[in-house]
Design a protein around this ligand. Structure first.
Ligand SMILES: [Cu+2]
Length: 146
């Protein structure tokens, strides 16, 4: 119960801080042709990452474009109070609250599976996965759906 209250307070803090300029969560990166885009959609039970799973190579960047609602891109990592479900040497990540029109970048540096979730909608199944490996497949598409 106390835990729940802390979550709500943190959430309200995020919302309060959000409109201030200069506090955006975007990370400046070079836009490269190998930047892949994941659209973040929905406002409640319909919340989703599209595509839900993508395949990348280490060194590539994933761009999250929030189209509607209020979401986060958060690693399954002990730093975020979850079991580790990203490569063990990879740094944890958490976008903070993103709203419609926001873009957030994640640079993938290690091989392995990066599982991530959206804090407000995790329990509604708002989760995604990035599979990073160096193997050259014959498949020219870098995205696929689960
Ligand atoms: Cu969400």
């Amino acid at each position: 119960m106390k835990d729940e209250a802390i979550h709500i307070i943190l959430f309200l803090l995020f919302i309060t801080v959000l409109p201030l300029p200069g506090l955006g969560y975007e990370q400046p990166v070079d836009i490269k042709p190998d930047t892949l885009t994941v659209h973040v959609l929905g406002t409640a039970e319909d919340s989703r990452f599209e595509p839900k799973s993508i395949r990348v190579k280490p060194g590539e960047t994933v761009r999250f474009e929030v189209k509607e609602g209020m979401h986060t891109v958060t690693a399954y990592h002990p730093d975020n109070r979850r079991d580790l479900r990203i490569p063990k040497d990879a740094p944890s990540f958490d976008s903070g609250i993103l709203t419609a029109g926001d873009t957030w970048y994640l640079n993938i540096t290690y091989s392995g599976e990066y599982n991530y979730f959206c804090m407000p909608h995790e329990r509604m199944g708002h989760v995604g996965k990035i599979i990073s490996n160096n193997t050259n497949s014959n498949n020219t598409s870098t995205n696929y759906k689960n």
